[in-house]
Design a protein around this ligand. Structure first.
Ligand code: GUN
Length: 283
């Protein structure tokens, strides 16, 4: 029998706190600009949700939609102009980008102080060095959710399944900062089941529907499911078989309503952080 770690409920708490802090700000509200290239349907949904979330907490938000044929040069010029614009505190370039645009080059073009995704090499370096900075939203939300539920991290074995730059790698760095003993597994890992059996905290971000079953997880462990897949019936499911694993672990995030809502809540947190840094002239 597990406790359900509801990201939906926690995101509400975070939004209320954000609204209060925005109300106490002097000067203009935090401003987020989202750039979308092309019309990927999933990206449209995410970008719409980001815009609505900004409005709810009193942020200014602006979405710039560019055609699929936009060149890398044109996108870099746009990012440059937003870097210069003092009313823009956060810049997010929605992924995926078309193949002719380098994600790394774009991520490196956003001013680190406005990089609310935490993808710029300066912020990645700060994350691993244990410095203050802007860090990726989903892993930041997961650590905050664990803290909110007073889940002990110090000294515990954390296994992260997945090594993406958006979730897996920054998740490892953040859990290391919380003094977990961290292992990263990936598609070439040969003993995944054995590693899962030793994990006190298991974070799964692989994109394979219901891959993790009850006989994989350590009894009493904490299971964080970052997956968003559709099963054969078109139902949204995670990377963890929720029903099966529920009785084996001590805490688990559901899908939907688990990690998903945290990503946007922590994008707003990063935007407020960027705005406050600008206020104190850290830019
Ligand atoms: N596409 C899916 N997730 C993300 C994210 O966290 N940031 C950006 N920029 N694009 C995404």
């Amino acid at each position: 029998m597990a406790i359900v770690l509801s990201g939906r409920k926690f995101a509400k708490v975070v939004r209320l706190s954000l609204k209060k802090r925005v109300g106490q700000l002097e000067g203009p509200p935090p401003g987020l600009t989202v750039i979308m290239v092309g019309d990927d349907p999933a990206s449209k949904v995410y970008v719409g949700a980001k815009e609505r979330a900004c409005k709810k907490v009193g942020f200014n938000s602006n979405v710039i939609s560019l055609p699929l044929e936009t060149s890398e040069e044109e996108l870099l010029e746009l990012v440059d102009s937003l870097n210069e614009d003092v009313s823009v505190h956060g810049i997010l370039v929605q992924l995926p980008l078309p193949d002719h645009i380098s994600v790394h080059r774009i991520a490196s073009s956003v001013l680190p102080e406005k990089d609310v995704d935490g993808f710029h090499p300066v912020n990645v370096g700060k994350l691993w060095r244990g410095e203050e900075g802007l860090f990726p939203c989903t892993p930041s939300g997961i650590v905050a959710l664990l803290k909110h539920h007073k889940i002990q991290m110090v000294g515990r074995n954390a296994l992260i399944v997945g090594r993406s730059n958006i979730v897996g790698k920054p998740m490892a760095a953040l859990l290391l900062r919380e003094n977990c003993t961290v292992t990263i597994a990936h598609s070439r890992t040969t003993d995944l089941k054995e590693l899962c059996a030793k994990a006190d905290i298991l974070v799964v971000a692989v994109g394979i529907a219901e891959m993790i079953k009850s006989d994989w997880v350590k009894s009493g462990s904490v299971v964080i499911d970052v997956g968003m897949n559709t099963d054969a019936h078109g139902k949204l499911v995670g990377d963890v078989d929720y029903e099966d694993v529920f009785d084996s672990c001590s805490a688990i995030t559901p899908v939907p309503g688990g990690v998903g809502p945290l990503t946007i809540a922590f994008l707003l947190e990063n935007t407020l952080k960027a705005r406050v840094s600008a206020l104190f002239g850290n830019r």
